[in-house]
Each structure stands twice: as structure tokens, then as C-alpha cells.
Design a protein around this ligand. Structure first.
Ligand code: ADP
Ligand code: MG
Length: 256
């Protein structure tokens, strides 16, 4: 059975998509079979995996509306070594269309259960909101990976996310837990970041991943080439950190 993880944080620009595509590529690199699900209508994870969102025959939208299976809609990213269930602007409409439907928050879960066995890991890149799309992600997952920058306001935003996860855990998905907080875009020269990093460890203990993702320009450049940093420039510090994080995740699921 695949282990399913949401990459979530209701703030935009915190590194969710960068984490999703690079963790997917890192896991693929160490021999894991990975499906990356893009749940953001912006389609950045799709494009960042070398899949043209404008040319998708089928997407996660069709899966949510039950007009396609995961197997039918997922496409291989040859360059990246994993499969992509892509998204584009059409997905924004699903938000409204789902409201009318039954089991609206469990559509993605049902589709993933049906296609189970093909993957070791399913990673879900969530949009920057606590919407019906994110809820579908949270209902599908065994755990949540929360990328965050070590800034003062990051801690405030975390309270809302933690409360949402608690509610989903209590009402909709008893499997759900926070797997960990991933410190991203980290710059040790900035004193505040080191302080917040220490506060996180004091407060959340081993829920803070050991791996730290540094701020690294190669990770930011890679999407314009339609590649995760891990594939675009494997030698970059940021890429090496994501492969290390993939190893840490493989270790963690053995203990789950
Ligand atoms: P989100 O999906 O949460 O909106 P993104 O992953 O798109 O966030 O990241 C926001 C911006 O920050 C992007 O331009 C991305 O390239 C850049 N970025 C993310 N992680 C890093 C990093 N470790 N170092 C440098 N730039 C980064
Ligand atoms: Mg994103």
C-alpha cells in the first residue's frame, strides 16, 4: 500500500510546490515509485515536472469528478522519474462543482484507493488555502508535511493549519497526522531564522524534520526549465538536501 502525504500550508509562496517536486524527484532517485498529485489550479507542480498543463488530456479534475481513474489520468515524467496527476485552471471549477456532489471531500481518496499498488509514495501538492481541494488532499493522506520558513509569522499561520488537521483527524480521516515540519529556504546567517528554528524544535520536538533545506538559487531557477532542482542540478546544495530529505522520509515511514 502506498504511503500518501500532503504537502500543505495555507500560506502561499512558502515552498510547497518546490518541496513536492523535489521530494518526488529525490524519492524516485533512490528507487521509490512515486505519483505526484497536483491539487493547485495554478499547475506549478505539473509544469515544474516537465508536463505541459495546457496539453493535458485528463487531469486531477477528471479524477475528482469521477470521469477518469488515476491510472488513466496520470502521465509519466520521463525526465523526473515519477508520474504526475496534473492540474490546470479547469481545477478551479471543481471547487464549485464538488459542493453539489456526494462524498465531495473523499473523491481523491476513493480514486487513490482504487489505483493502489502502483506506487510506494503518493505526494499531494496542495493549494494555498484550506479549501475543498485541500480537504480532499487531507482526507486522502496518512500524513502532512508542512514546509515553512523560519520567520516570526510562520508560527502564527501554523496554529490554523494544526487546528484544521485536528478537525479532519477527528471527523473525516483518523489516519491523518502531522508527519513533520520542514524548514525551507533556510539561511543560517539570519539570526532570527536560527532563533525560530530553535523555537520550532523546542515546541514540536521530533515533529521537526532533521533535514533543513537551504535557500538555494538553483532550486528557484529549475522551474523555468520545467524540472525539479534535484534533476536540473543534482550537485546544488538545495538538491542534495532534498535527496537527503527523501532518505529521511523513507526512514520515517518504516517507523509509521
Ligand atoms: P508555494 O507552492 O508554497 O506557493 P513555491 O514552492 O512555489 O511555494 O515557492 C515560492 C518561491 O520560492 C518560488 O519562486 C520558488 O522557486 C522559491 N523557492 C522555494 N524554495 C526555495 C529555496 N529553498 N531556495 C530558493 N528559492 C526557493
Ligand atoms: Mg505551489
Amino acid at each position: 500500500m502506498a504511503k500518501i502525504f500532503c504537502i500543505a500550508n495555507q500560506k502561499g509562496g512558502v515552498g510547497k510546490t518546490t518541496t513536492s517536486v523535489n521530494l518526488a524527484a529525490g524519492l524516485a532517485k533512490i528507487g521509490q515509485r512515486v505519483l505526484l498529485v497536483d491539487l493547485d489550479p495554478q499547475g506549478n507542480a505539473t509544469m515544474g515536472s516537465g508536463v505541459d498543463k495546457r496539453a493535458l488530456q485528463l487531469s486531477v479534475y477528471d479524477v475528482l469528478l469521477e470521469s477518469a481513474s488515476v491510472q488513466e489520468a496520470a502521465v509519466p515524467s520521463e525526465a523526473c522519474g515519477y508520474h504526475v496527476l496534473g492540474a490546470n485552471r479547469e481545477l478551479a471549477g471543481a471547487e464549485v462543482e464538488l459542493v453539489e456532489l456526494e462524498r465531495r471531500e473523499k473523491r481523491l481518496k476513493a480514486a487513490l484507493v482504487e489505483g493502489d499498488g502502483a506506487y510506494d509514495f503518493v505526494l499531494i501538492d496542495c493549494p494555498p488555502s484550506l479549501s475543498m481541494l485541500t480537504l480532499n488532499g487531507l482526507c486522502s493522506a496518512h500524513g502532512v508535511i508542512v514546509p515553512m520558513q523560519c520567520e516570526y509569522f510562520a508560527l502564527e499561520g501554523l496554529t490554523d493549519l494544526v487546528n484544521t488537521i485536528k478537525q479532519v483527524h477527528a471527523n473525516l480521516n483518523p489516519d491523518l497526522q502531522i508527519i513533520g515540519l520542514l524548514r525551507v529556504m533556510f539561511d543560517p546567517r539570519i539570526t532570527l531564522q536560527s532563533q525560530v528554528s530553535e523555537q520550532l524544535k523546542d515546541h514540536f520536538g521530533d515533529k521537526v524534520f532533521d533535514t533543513v533545506i537551504p535557500r538555494n538559487v538553483r532550486l528557484a531557477e529549475a522551474p523555468s526549465y520545467g524540472l525539479p532542482g534535484v534533476v536540473f542540478d543534482a550537485s546544488a546544495k538545495g538538491s542534495q538536501a532534498f535527496v537527503e530529505f527523501a532518505r529521511e522520509m523513507v526512514g520515517r515511514i518504516k517507523r509509521m
